[in-house]
Design a binder for this molecule. Sequence first.
Ligand code: FES
Length: 150
Amino acid sequence: MNNNTNNSNSNDWQVICRVEDIPVLGARRVARPVGVDVAVFRNAEDQVFALLDRCPHKGGPLSQGIVFGTSVACPLHNWAIGLDDGCAKSPDEGCTPRFAVKVEDGQVMMNVVELKTHALDLAPPRAGPGAATADKLGDESFDVQAPHGS
Ligand code: FES
């Protein structure tokens, strides 16, 4: 249990994976104790971003999309979602929640408090790969998963 209510604490950051564990121009999913998975993306410049794995349009699994520049193309209807702000590119509208992520010595780190508490109110997609999130509700651990499963 973490009773610290401050916004950020160095102890709150946990290594999720290494940058090279994320496919270039792709993503991996981080399962959470509760709520929709988080997608961790890597672009061609080895920048790493994290968004809720839920398109702001109709909940498509952004982790299954293709990264280009600092955006990801949703696999369902091809909306372009900004990786830095989580928002759909004009003329489309809507944003998906962002998550803090940092890279130190090639290791991707995320804030565990944020992972456990942020954007828990959004329902998982009803169909498609992201729908599997519902099966993980109540799981106390989180880990990195291949985007297409096995
Ligand atoms: S669900 Fe992502 S573009 Fe429609």
